[in-house]
Design a protein around this ligand. Structure first.
Ligand SMILES: *Cc1c(COP(=O)(O)O)cnc(C)c1O
Length: 368
């Protein structure tokens, strides 16, 4: 089976984990501090690490004060994590349409969904593209909203020449097993807002004030105060050690991921019945490679590829179609996009030969 996605772990990651195991300090300590420092240099901004991308989104929302009674605008077509993170705060995720060309949030639709309860907008950098991010920030400013970017797909990608997370209000990343870099599981919040960052740092350690500083010094807080709801969301040294090893290889990871996507685009070009997303692979580091399959052929192509031992995926089942998040209004562009999207194998161990095989099978399906 040619896999859709997978972790790629080498000697560096194994050695890093063994180092932590040998030192027998597994919780949050010096490796987490080191990983945060490496990430802060990468983004040129301060970073707080947590144990998942979902936790990053949840804490970012909590830190800006989003909660019960508030609404957050978000595209329906995203990983359920985006929605669950919003509803975890007590706020209501308000499902919005996507621009079919990029599958990023459609600002014309968000206009319609604004109410006096709207507090924030959460653009999702689908397949590592950032859509109309400048316009999203302008829309947020004009309407007094906060922007929290779900940048889980977009680690290392550039927007107008700047890395996602290096600008803007708050960006959240995921380091789960198959993202652009992994910690096994993990996440990060990146922001210039010192107050938000301090809230996140405390909230990830059960609300214990300034516990982060203690742990980085190898100590614990025995007497402390807590004023806010906290969670057990901190990152462990084992996770961070893997993350440090991965981040050191990021130039290589970038090159391979870009090459895979560029090759797909070139070799699938001109096949009648499929369309790539409108993304510029010179500037993005693709986490997933998505095509749109026209003329209601998606499920047939998917079955054909699976029969030929090629795993593929559908990112994602729209959230407004779930019981928990169903809407009273319809989202036709989202449902149309959902019927067309298909994710093709994209990971570091995908060889040119594997990719040639995937492409040949797609061509065979379309008699191209
Ligand atoms: C992976 C992902 C998340 C959540 O990250 P986890 O680390 O898996 O919790 C959130 N949003 C999107 C779009 C993702 O792909």
């Amino acid at each position: 089976m040619i896999r859709l996605s997978k972790s790629t772990i080498g000697e560096a990651e194994k050695k890093a984990v063994l180092g932590v195991l040998d030192r027998e300090y597994l919780g949050m300590g010096r490796e987490v501090e080191e990983f945060e420092n490496m990430l802060a240099r990468f983004f040129g901004r301060p970073v707080a690490c947590v144990n998942s991308g979902t936790a990053a989104l949840h804490l970012a929302l909590q830190a800006i004060g989003v909660g019960l009674g508030d609404e957050v605008l978000v595209q329906s077509l995203t990983f359920i994590a985006t929605f669950q993170a919003i509803s975890a705060t007590g706020a209501k995720p308000v499902p919005c349409e996507v621009d079919p060309a990029t599958i990023t949030i459609d600002l014309k639709d968000t206009e319609k969904r604004l109410t006096d309860k709207t507090r924030a907008i959460m653009p999702v950098h689908y397949a590592s593209g950032m859509g109309a991010l400048n316009e999203i920030y302008a829309f947020a400013k004009a309407n007094g909203l906060s922007v929290i970017e779900d940048a889980a797909h977009a680690f290392g990608s550039l927007y107008n020449g700047h890395k996602t997370g290096s600008f803007g209000e708050i960006a959240c990343f995921s380091f789960d097993g198959i993202k652009n870099i992994t910690c096994s599981e993990g996440g990060a919040i990146v922001t210039d807002d010192a107050a938000v960052l301090q809230k996140v740092r405390d909230a990830r350690l059960l609300g214990v004030e300034r516990d982060t500083e203690k742990r980085f010094a190898g100590q614990r807080s025995w007497e402390f105060d807590a004023k806010e709801q906290g969670w057990r969301y901190h990152m462990s040294n084992i996770m961070a050690a893997i993350g440090c090893a991965q981040l050191k290889q990021f130039p290589h990871i970038t090159q391979i991921r870009k090459a895979i996507a560029t090759r797909y685009v070139e070799m699938l070009n001109g096949i009648d019945g499929i369309e790539p997303l409108q993304l510029d692979y010179r500037n993005i580091v693709p986490h997933i490679f998505v095509i749109k399959v026209k003329k209601r052929n998606r499920d047939a192509l998917r079955s054909f590829l699976i029969e030929n031992n090629i795993e593929c995926g559908i990112h994602y089942y729209p959230n407004h179609m779930l019981t928990k998040y169903k809407t009273s209004y319809i989202l036709p562009a989202t449902e149309q996009a959902y019927r067309e999207i298909l994710s093709l194998p994209c990971h570091l161990d995908l060889t040119n030969k594997d990719q040639d095989y995937v492409i040949s099978k797609i061509k065979e399906f379309f008699h191209a």
